[in-house]
Design a protein around this ligand. Structure first.
Ligand code: WTA
Length: 660
C-alpha cells in the first residue's frame, strides 16, 4: 500500500476548509453548490439521459447512436453510444475551424530552449495534422492499424496522435523515457505497423539519443514496416534504407489536398496506452472514440472550468494518460488554448514553470504533487520573482497530495487565493473521477473531494460491502461511465480478472481510500504491487524480472519506500548467486541494468543485498515485511508465524543498517 497509515491519519485529522472563490463564479460552467447538486441528482436519476445530453452538447456526431449504454458486467463488455459515428480529430480541430475559431491559438509549444516556441492556430494545427495523416496513409496505415509513437514533448507528438485519429488508426504512445526493451514489448504486443520517433530528446540542457532505442527495439518487431523520424536535435542518426524516413522529408511536397476524417463508430479504438500492473507484463489499456472523448471533454469543462479566453497548461508528459486526456483530447475537444512544455521544472533554474506561466499568461495550471514537493524544497522565493497573477485555478494529479504540499501550492503559487483541485483518476478511467469542482466545492487539503456528477464511487470491504465513514477499504466504481477502459488489448481474460472479478458488478480500482462523514474521499494508495514513483506507476514484478535477468542475481524482491519528493521510491532486495560478490560496483551495475531494461524512472533508489528473503513455508515472499524494513518501521511486523525462517528478519534489518 502506498501511503503509510500514520500519514493517512494525519490527513484525516486535517480540519482546514476552503470555501470556493466567489470571483469567477458568475460565468463558471458550474457556478455554485446548487447547480452542482442539481447535476448530481439529474445524473443519479437518469444516468443514460444525463450522458446522452452531455455527449450531444460536447461533441459533433456524424450520426447518432442506437443505444446510450450496453453494460454486461459478467463478460465483461461495455458499449457507450453504440452505432453513433464521429471522428475524434474532426471534433478536436475541424469543427472549431468551421465555427470561426480557425484563428484561435490551439497549441502553444514551449521548447526547453527559451527561444524555441511554436504556436499553432486551430487552422494551422489542422493543416499539419492533415499533412501527416496523408503521410501515414501513403505508408499504408489504415483504419484499425496500430501506430507506435515514441517521441519527446514536441508538437509532432500531438500532430501524430491526431493524424492517427483522423484516419482511424490506433495510436500507442510510449513515454520517451522508456527503454528500447520496454518499447519493443509494447510494439510487439499491439503489432504496430509504423513507429514514429525522433533523433533525440532534449532534457535539462542535454541531448539523449532516442532513435538508437527505436533501432534496437525494431530488431525484433517484424510488424513494423516503416519508421518516421523527427529531427529534434540535429543529431546524426543512422537511417535504415527502405524503412526509415525523416518526418520533414515525408511531409515535404504536400499537394494541399484534404484528407477527410474517417467516420468512426463510437466503439472503434482510439488508442492503446500501456500501464504497469501487478504481474510482469504491462497492460494495453484500450480506449474507444465516443465515450472517451465525451468524458475527457466533460471533465475538462467541469473540473477546469475552461472558458473561451483561458490559457490552460497541464505539465504532464503526453506519454502518460494525463497528457493524452488533459493536454490533448479534453482541451482541444473544447476548442481551448493548451500549452505544451518540453522542459523540466528545475532547468535552468527552479522558476522555469513560473516563467512559462508569466510568459503565456497561463490561467489554469495542472501539475503533480511531486513537482510541488521538489519546488517546495527550493524555497518559495522562486515563485515570487515571476508574475503569477494570470492564474485562477490550480490542479494536482498522480498521487495523494499531502496537506503540506497542498498549502504551499495554495499559498505560494495561488497566493492564498486559488483553489487547488486534487483530481483522482487512472489510465483505466480515461478521465478524472473524483475531484472538487472549482466554484462549487469546499476544499479540504489532502482530499480529492467527491466523485463527479455521474460517477458512483464507493469504498467496500473484502466482501464488497460498503465500509461506511472513516474506514479504509477498496475504492470501487459502481456504475459504468463513458471514459472507462473497454479492454486490455488482446487479453480480455486479464481485463476481467483485474477489474471486474473480485467485486461482481463493480469496477475495482486497485486503490484504497476512506470516506469521511461528509462523503469526501481520502485516497490512501495502491493495494496491489504497484509503486507510484513521482506519480508514475511501476509494477514491482516488472522491476524484479529486470533484476533477475542480470547474470549476478539469483532472486529479487522490490517494494516501495516513502520518499520526501517522489512520494515513493524503489527499494530492491537482491540475493546474488554465490559466485558474485556484494559490493558497490555491482550495485551500480544493477541500477544501470534496470535503467536500460525499463527506463530511468524505474531505477532503484536503494539496493540491499540480502542473502535470504522472508518467505512463507509455501515459498511466497512476505512483502509486507520488506515494506516495513524499507520504511524503517521495524517495531511491528504483525503476524510472522508463517515465516519459514524467522531469523531472516533480523538479518535484513542488520543489512539495512549497514547501508546507513
Ligand atoms: C494514483 C494517473 C491519490 C492512484 C492519472 C491511481 C492518485 C494511480 C491521484 C493511477 C490522486 C492518481 N490522489 N492518488 N489525486 N491520482 N493517483 O494510471 O494510485 O498513471 O490508481 O493515472 O495513481 O495512475 P495512472
Amino acid at each position: 500500500m502506498g501511503g503509510s497509515d500514520e500519514h493517512i491519519e494525519s490527513m484525516m485529522h486535517e480540519r482546514r476548509h476552503f470555501p470556493p472563490p466567489r470571483h469567477g463564479s458568475e460565468r463558471a460552467h458550474i457556478p455554485g453548490p446548487e447547480a452542482y447538486d442539481d447535476l448530481r441528482d439529474q445524473a443519479a436519476r437518469d444516468p443514460e439521459g444525463f450522458w446522452a445530453e452531455r455527449a450531444k452538447a460536447l461533441l459533433d456526431w456524424d450520426s447518432e447512436w442506437d443505444t446510450v449504454l450496453e453494460a454486461d458486467w459478467e463478460t465483461p463488455e461495455f458499449k457507450w453510444f453504440a452505432g453513433g459515428k464521429l471522428n475524434a480529430c474532426a471534433n478536436c480541430l475541424d469543427r472549431h475551424v468551421a465555427s470561426g475559431r480557425g484563428e484561435k491559438t490551439a497549441l502553444i509549444w514551449q521548447g526547453e530552449p527559451e527561444d524555441d516556441v511554436r504556436q499553432f492556430t486551430y487552422a494551422e494545427l489542422r493543416d499539419e495534422v492533415v499533412k501527416f495523416a496523408k503521410v501515414l496513409k501513403k505508408w499504408g496505415v489504415g483504419k484499425g492499424d496500430r501506430v507506435a509513437v515514441y517521441l519527446p514533448m514536441i508538437p509532432e507528438l500531438p500532430i501524430a496522435m491526431l493524424a492517427c485519429a483522423r484516419i482511424g488508426a490506433v495510436h500507442s504512445v510510449v513515454f520517451a523515457g522508456f527503454s528500447a526493451h520496454s518499447l519493443q514489448n509494447r510494439i510487439q504486443d499491439c503489432e504496430a505497423k509504423v513507429l514514429i520517433t525522433a533523433d533525440a530528446v532534449i532534457r535539462a540542457g542535454k541531448q539523449i539519443p532516442l532513435k538508437t532505442n527505436g533501432d534496437e527495439a525494431l530488431e525484433a518487431c517484424p510488424s513494423v514496416e516503416h519508421c518516421i523520424v523527427v529531427n529534434r536535435a540535429g543529431l546524426d542518426v543512422a537511417m535504415h534504407e527502405g524503412r526509415d524516413v525523416w518526418w520533414h522529408d515525408a511531409v515535404a511536397g504536400d499537394d494541399g489536398t484534404d484528407c477527410p476524417p474517417e467516420s468512426m463508430d463510437a466503439e472503434d479504438l482510439l488508442f492503446i496506452l500501456y500501464t504497469s500492473g501487478s504481474t510482469g507484463k504491462p497492460k494495453g489499456v484500450v480506449h474507444t472514440t465516443g465515450g472517451y472523448l465525451t468524458y475527457t471533454a466533460q471533465t475538462t469543462q467541469w473540473v477546469f472550468d475552461i472558458q473561451e479566453d483561458d490559457v490552460y497548461w497541464c505539465t504532464a508528459d503526453i506519454g502518460w494518460i494525463t497528457g493524452h486526456s488533459y493536454i490533448l483530447y479534453g482541451p482541444l475537444a473544447l476548442g481551448a488554448t493548451t500549452v505544451m512544455f518540453e522542459g523540466v521544472p528545475s532547468y535552468p533554474q527552479p522558476d522555469r514553470f513560473w516563467q512559462v506561466v508569466e510568459k503565456f499568461k497561463v490561467t489554469i495550471f495542472y501539475t503533480a504533487p511531486t513537482v510541488i514537493r521538489a519546488l517546495m524544497r527550493e524555497g518559495p522565493q522562486w515563485t515570487e520573482t515571476r508574475d503569477l497573477s494570470s492564474l485562477r485555478l490550480l490542479g494536482s494529479v498522480g498521487e495523494p497530495i499531502n496537506p503540506e504540499a497542498w498549502m504551499w501550492y495554495h499559498d505560494h503559487v495561488g497566493k492564498g487565493e486559488l483553489p487547488v483541485l486534487d483530481t483522482w483518476w487512472q489510465t483505466e478511467t480515461g478521465g478524472i473521477m473524483i475531484s472538487a469542482v472549482p466554484y462549487a466545492t469546499t476544499l479540504k487539503p489532502g482530499s480529492a473531494s467527491q466523485p463527479l456528477p455521474g460517477i458512483e464511487a464507493d469504498i467496500v470491504d473484502r466482501d464488497g460491502e460498503p465500509v461506511g465513514p472513516n474506514r479504509g477499504g477498496h475504492l470501487v466504481v459502481k456504475t459504468p461511465w463513458p471514459g472507462m477502459l473497454r479492454n486490455v488489448y488482446g487479453d480480455p481474460a486479464r481485463y476481467k480478472s483485474t477489474y471486474f472479478e473480485r467485486f461482481p458488478g463493480m469496477y475495482e480500482s486497485g486503490d484504497s481510500a476512506r470516506m469521511d462523514e461528509e462523503g469526501y474521499f481520502w485516497i490512501m494508495g495502491r493495494l496491489d504491487d504497484v509503486i507510484n514513483v513521482s506519480g508514475h506507476r511501476l509494477g514491482t514484478a516488472e522491476i524484479e524480472s529486470a533484476l533477475v535477468a542480470h547474470e549476478a542475481v539469483a532472486e529479487a524482491a522490490v517494494v516501495g519506500m516513502p520518499h520526501e519528493v517522489k512520494g515513493q521510491a524503489i527499494y530492491a532486495y537482491v540475493t546474488l548467486k554465490s559466485t558474485f560478490q556484494e559490493n558497490d560496483e555491482l550495485r551500480k551495475v544493477l541500477r544501470q541494468h534496470v535503467r536500460t531494461e525499463i527506463g530511468a524512472i524505474a531505477t532503484p533508489e536503494i539496493i540491499q543485498f540480502a542473502p535470504g528473503l522472508p518467505k512463507t513455508r509455501s515459498g511466497k515472499i512476505m512483502r509486507r515485511i520488506l515494506r516495513k524494513i524499507a520504511a524503517d518501521e521495524t517495531n511491528a511486523f504483525g503476524d510472522t508465524s508463517t515465516l519459514a525462517d524467522p531469523t531472516v528478519i533480523a538479518d535484513l534489518i542488520d543489512g539495512k543498517n549497514l547501508l546507513g
